[in-house]
Design a protein around this ligand. Structure first.
Ligand code: NDP
Length: 460
């Protein structure tokens, strides 16, 4: 008779939890997974997947306009938000079903209810009241959007709500300058909504390379977004026709929808972690070692709940590394260096490796920086001023490439391949020896020239 009901109990059927649960079940382990919402987690249900569909939807508006410059006669067009929203939700439900099936087909039990920790080996299911024991517990509950507790904050929406809006507003006030704020500002602008984006700092996309941050401001403005800086909201008041938001610099802005994209927090509240002695960082993230082990020997955590690199593919890799370590006797720490990532503005951003600021802090004068900015061919006939920006950072005499930053069409697709080059430690010579694919945007990356010395930008 086994000592525990399961070998592994996973809390959260998102990207990390499902990968770990499935791999462990495939090894013949007795696995259970609990999920209080739809299987699939943030990525599938209220993040990457529905967001990317919205970006596709938003791009058609501009494409229709461009088509006319390419000889097409375009008749009367209109955009139906509910139609797109419902198609996306249908796809989300389909994918969520696949996640559930994937677990069950591999022999894992899926409990569609909330689970809370009672002690290091016991969880309690909230609805059924069942108590279940497991040798190992994996916490993969992700994060949740967060907003500051200002007066009238209940009138604002956050990213989770944006996918289910009843109707498209005429005006949106986007608060924040991060990933979600920039992406959703671009989505709404593409749907002909009047968008104002207000950021408390002086440059969008904190943490990105300074020149990328400047380029993304052009992107937003070229999409007709009214971007404003150095203002934080202090109050939201409901009016007859919408809302008035007051900022700490005295500005007041009227709008139909207030969208707070002010960050996400690990979803650890009420999980019962204290019952087992799992330690948290100040921001509520679960503290883990490089093998994703928490302060309790048999409890592990992966994904956004650990607030390491909050991206879907990272959670998946952490989940897989956890299975290697715990169930295959092969201690595996996922390497969080040089993770390529993208921001789906319009056009998007693709980055991998260090920013120039961080590279200078680490390597000083040993850097060589290559940049280019050009109007992509497609935009010339379309009569659009939007430029493409590229930057490549190398270090040392052999010019190892340690950072690549692109703002331009298809940059997420391009950066995936360039991520391999950076991870493999290739040099500028390797890039130079690679023949260009012509005519493409990506070919510029193998023909870059050093930036003029007086154009150094080291501010982050
Ligand atoms: P971010 O941390 O990227 O952005 C939050 C924004 O809100 C920042 O501009 C921040 O300002 C601002 N902010 C925070 N607190 C306040 C406040 N009290 N008043 C006014 N403004 C405030 O969070 P997101 O929610 O956009 O995204 C969360 C994470 O999710 C990302 O970091 C990323 O890891 C992931 N993500 C990834 C995507 C992708 O891969 N394409 C897409 C979406 C999310 P400041 O910069 O000054 O701190």
């Amino acid at each position: 008779m086994a000592k525990y009901d399961y070998d592994l109990f996973v809390i959260g059927a998102g990207s990390g939890g499902v990968r770990a649960g499935r791999l462990a079940a495939q090894l013949g382990k007795r696995v259970a997974v609990a999920e209080e919402s739809k299987p699939g987690g943030t990525c599938v249900v209220r993040g990457c997947v529905p967001k990317k569909f919205l970006v596709y939807g938003a791009e058609f508006g501009g494409a229709i306009k461009d088509a006319q410059k390419y000889g097409w006669t375009v008749g009367k067009t209109s955009f139906d938000w509910r139609s797109l929203r419902d198609s996306i939700q249908a796809e989300v439900n389909r994918l969520s079903g696949i996640y559930a099936t994937m677990l069950e087909k591999n022999g894992a039990d899926l409990f569609k209810e909330r689970a809370e920790i009672k002690d290091a080996h016991t969880v309690k299911l909230k609805d059924s009241g069942k108590t279940i024991t497991a040798k190992t517990i994996l916490i993969a509950v992700g994060g949740r959007p967060w907003m500051p507790d200002i007066s009238g904050h209940e009138h604002a929406i956050m990213s989770d709500d944006a996918f289910l809006l009843d109707q498209l507003p005429e005006r949106v006030l986007m608060i924040g300058g991060g990933y979600i704020a920039c992406e959703f500002a671009g989505i709404f602008a593409g749907m002909d909504v009047e968008v104002t984006q207000v950021y408390r700092g002086g440059r969008l996309l904190n943490g990105f390379d300074a020149e990328v941050r400047d380029a993304v401001l052009d992107v937003q403005r070229n999409n007709g977004i009214d971007v404003r800086f150095n203002a934080s909201p202090t109050e939201i008041k409901k009016t007859k026709g919408g809302y008035i938001v007051t900022f700490d610099n005295g500005t007041k802005i009227g709008t139909d929808l207030v969208f707070m994209a002010t960050g996400r927090k690990p979803h650890t509240t009420g999980l019962g972690l204290e019952n087992a002695g799992v330690k948290l960082a100040d921001n509520g993230a679960i503290k883990v070692d490089k093998y994703s082990k928490t302060s309790v020997n048999n409890i592990y955590a992966v994904g956004d709940v650990t607030d390491r690199v909050n991206l879907t593919p990272v959670a998946i890799r952490e989940g897989a590394a956890f299975v290697e370590t715990v169930f295959k006797n092969n201690k595996t720490a996922y390497d969080h260096d040089n993770i390529a990532s993208a921001v789906f503005t319009r056009p998007p951003i693709g980055v991998v490796g260090m920013t120039e600021h961080d590279a200078r802090q680490k390597h000083g004068e040993a850097l060589t920086v290559y940049t280019t900015s050009f109007r992509p061919m497609k935009n010339v006939l379309a009569d659009k001023s939007q430029r493409c920006f590229m930057k490549l950072i190398t270090v040392g005499e052999d010019e190892k490439v340690i950072g690549i930053h692109i703002v331009g069409d298809d940059s997420p697709e391009i950066i995936q391949a360039l991520g391999i080059c950076v991870k493999a430690g290739l040099t500028k010579t390797d890039f130079d020896e690679t023949c260009a694919v012509h005519p493409t945007l990506a070919e510029e990356i193998v023909t870059l020239k050093p930036r003029e010395p007086n154009k150094t930008t080291i501010v982050s």
